[in-house]
Design a protein around this ligand. Structure first.
Ligand code: FAD
Length: 341
């Protein structure tokens, strides 16, 4: 058969990284990205982009750990390369602090981040309202630059990129042999997935170049993540709230909470507000499905539902999606050569 045609729907961090993994691992295929929105207008652009995993209750921990490890290893290599600044990837050290000791003092990812250790009493003096803490070094993506870097890599690999809203995956069957669904919260409408729900997040991006260390309250709600150019202050988690409009009361609440963790933020300037809808599910939907109409079949790989942790696991899930695409291509090539016999 001619080069199999693969369409990846979606251009957030999941769609772009999945398209890149497919182009890297399935060189016999031709890859196209179709999306109705691109950076800076995706959920991925609103993210803080820190690599601290969120836990998916419906996915085995060893699988989540593998996804995180692959993502960390991939981004660590970028952070050590000449591409780091353009890709917006850098190492950042800091503290996760708790008002009460957590059930598990060692999270499952503690041996993947760098230099994980419990905080000393002297360090905890910086956080008088907290009694327990973990110190480590992790990676942070500055999200819009990373998305643009991925797009650039895709173009260099010969991937076609088009603006297009897909109303039904079946509409792609006459043009593509395999379709990959990376539509984030859009999958709720596109494939009618009612297990997928939005968790609204509002963050502030501020100018505070003196803040060098990340600080995260162990409840995950209040965080300060320094990026290359701006510091992200968060946040909120509002289940089933579809509003993308910034809320001024929430902005003040986030700012006050962050200042109570890091009082020097009172001097922060140029506060910009971003809102995104985390595409949340009990587990990431990462699986193959075969659509069929009138004897015609269309293999689909779903890769969506990354909730609060898409940046932390994107490369791991992209690799698995690319492996599933490779299996579909091998099956298509096998059946086409059998048909010629
Ligand atoms: P999206 O970025 O939403 O991309 C979906 C793409 O699909 C878009 O391009 C959209 O236009 C396209 N699309 C949808 N429907 C269609 C259709 N019908 N036809 C064509 N195209 C379509 N994660 C972390 O790991 N670390 C963090 O620090 C972090 N912080 C966050 C902070 C906030 C405030 C928020 C909101 C999220 C945060 N996340 C974080 C989570 C992370 O942002 C998401 O898990 C991730 O962005 C999901 O990526 P995605 O590509 O699946 O979705």
């Amino acid at each position: 058969m001619a080069a199999p045609k693969v369409a990846v729907v979606g251009a957030g961090v999941v769609g772009l990284s999945t398209a890149l993994c497919i182009a890297e691992t399935c060189p016999s295929g031709s890859v196209t990205v179709l999306s109705d929105q691109f950076s800076p207008d995706t959920t991925s652009d609103a993210a803080a982009g820190i690599l601290i995993p969120h836990t998916y209750p419906g996915t085995p921990i060893h699988v989540q750990k593998q996804w995180f490890k692959e993502t960390f290893t991939y981004l660590f290599a970028i952070s050590n390369s000449a591409e780091a600044s353009e890709a917006g990837i850098h190492l950042v050290s800091g503290w996760q602090v708790f008002k009460n000791s957590p059930k598990e003092e060692l999270p499952f990812w503690s041996d993947i981040v760098l230099g994980f250790r419990l905080m000393s009493k002297a360090e905890l003096q910086k956080f008088p309202q907290h009694q327990f803490g973990q110190a480590f070094t992790t990676l942070k993506c500055d999200c819009p630059p990373y998305l643009l870097w991925l797009e650039k890599r895709l173009k260099a690999a010969g991937v076609q990129i088009y603006t297009r809203k897909v109303a039904d995956l079946w509409e792609l069957h006459s043009e593509y042999n395999v379709v990959v669904n990376c539509t984030g919260i859009g999958a709720r409408q596109l494939v009618g997935d009612e297990k997928l729900f939005p968790v609204r997040g509002q963050v502030l991006k501020v100018h505070a170049p003196w803040v060098k260390n990340f600080i995260r309250d162990g409840d995950g709600l209040t965080y300060i993540y320094p990026g290359i150019h701006r510091v992200t202050l968060g946040g909120t988690r509002e289940k089933d709230n579809w509003s993308l409009a910034p809320d001024p009361g929430t902005t003040k609440d986030i700012f006050d909470r962050c200042c109570s963790l890091e009082p020097s933020l009172r001097g922060a300037q140029d506060i910009k507000v971003k809102v995104g809808l985390r595409p949340s599910r009990q587990h990431v939907r990462l699986q193959r499905e075969v659509l069929s109409q009138g004897g015609v079949k269309l293999p689909v790989i779903h890769n969506y539902g990354h909730g609060a942790g898409g940046f932390s696991v994107h490369r791991g899930t992209a690799k698995e999606a690319a492996r599933l695409v490779g299996e579909c291509i091998a099956a298509l090539q096998g059946s086409s050569s059998r048909a010629k016999l």
